[in-house]
Design a protein around this ligand. Structure first.
Ligand SMILES: Nc1ncnc2c1ncn2[C@@H]1O[C@H](COP(=O)(O)OP(=O)(O)O)[C@@H](O)[C@H]1O
Ligand SMILES: [Mg+2]
Length: 337
């Protein structure tokens, strides 16, 4: 297949997206596909090489890296999100593998545009992406559908100081549409709450304040309605923040998770239900906490979860006997149906 692996962008997760894109592209090329990585924001200076023998992944990665330094400067003057040739190249591909994370890419806007341009892409459509991206909205939908989630509220910047959170300490503050734990704080008292709100509102106009759940952390992928094995996440120190997510060796992960069968089934059933409620029909990954009484709480759904070989979904797939390259192909296959 001719595949564009779309990565980069201007979100806080640009770098993570490039790592996902690089690995997916390499794996798909090893599987014999004509796969090319493309920076959604900068496009490429050599569009004519894509899907030809002249294409070099290493050269493309160098170009992307160089462009990373120009993001802030470029943002000052650019109005159009898509880089030069990006739409035309995506239209030429059989499918676009979405290796984007955060903001545009994960919030459904790129998906909506692609629908109108007649471009096929992997993963969730625009509406499911938008719902899952917004943690406040997701929480309302969880509550309305009997999906357990920490008690919490959404706070807009202009409501700050007026609206009581009604949440007791400790609690968690997070930007409503963030990712990679950026801007997430666990707070113990009113002073810390103020500082955490400050930090979150600097990133976004809407934040979620929710009850802190003390317990163990898990994640479950759902691919076309089928839950994958549960993975447990155990950071060596602190919570699953940015550093613990991406620094090698900072977090231990166990798959399948060492929990009773009944709890595994409950979490998997809950993940499938979340995928139905939020319209995530292709693939997604749900984050969970479990307290000491084995009550589970769904934190959020991720529509474009990390896809490096050591990311959570590839580890879950490995337990099912599926290697990384095969998983990349599987995600394309389910998206094409
Ligand atoms: N209510 C909570 N109680 C305890 N820890 C939490 C809670 N909410 C978030 N966390 C911690 O913060 C991390 C990031 O939160 P999450 O809601 O998954 O947002 P993100 O989109 O940044 O991954 C979680 O993986 C977990 O470690
Ligand atoms: Mg998460």
């Amino acid at each position: 297949m001719n595949i564009i692996v779309l990565a980069g962008g201007i979100s806080t997760e640009r770098e993570v997206s490039i790592v996902t894109g690089k690995n997916v592209c390499r794996a798909l090329r090893q599987k014999g596909h004509d796969a090319a990585i493309l920076d959604v924001y900068f496009g490429t200076a050599c569009p004519e090489n894509i899907f030809t023998e002249n294409y070099s992944l290493e050269e493309a990665l160098k170009e992307i890296e160089k462009n990373s330094q120009k993001v802030e400067e470029e943002k000052k003057t650019r109005k159009v999100f898509f880089g030069e040739h990006v739409i035309a190249l995506c239209q030429k591909a059989d499918i676009v593998f979405m290796a984007l994370h955060g903001e545009n890419g994960e919030n459904g806007k790129v998906q909506a545009a692609f629908d109108l341009f007649g471009i096929s892409y992997t993963g969730t459509g625009y509406l499911g992406s938008a719902l899952a991206m917004d943690k406040g909205l997701s929480k309302h939908l969880f509550e309305a559908n009997g999906i357990p989630t920490p008690k919490g509220i959404t706070l807009k910047a202009h409501e700050r100081g007026e609206k009581s959170t009604g949440i007791t300490f400790p609690c968690v503050v997070k930007p409503s549409c963030g990712g990679s734990s950026i801007g997430v704080s666990i707070v113990e008292n009113p002073g810390e709450l103020e500082r955490a709100l400050e930090e979150s509102f600097a990133l976004e106009d809407e934040v979620v304040v929710e009850q802190y759940i003390r317990g163990r952390e898990f994640s479950v992928a759902v691919v076309q309605g089928e839950a994958y094995p549960v993975i447990e996440i155990v950071p060596k120190a602190g919570f699953y923040d940015y550093k613990n997510k991406y620094q090698a060796g900072a977090t231990d992960e166990y798959c399948p998770a060492d929990i009773p069968d009944e709890a595994t089934k409950r979490m998997q059933a809950c993940a499938v239900k979340v995928s139905e409620v939020l319209l995530l029909d292709k693939y997604s990954r749900m984050d969970f906490l479990m307290d000491e009484n084995e009550n589970i709480y769904c934190l959020e759904a991720n529509t474009l979860p990390g896809m490096t070989p050591t990311s959570l979904i590839p580890q879950e797939a490995a337990v099912l006997g599926m290697d990384y390259g095969t998983l990349c192909e599987k995600l394309i296959e389910v998206s094409n149906e």
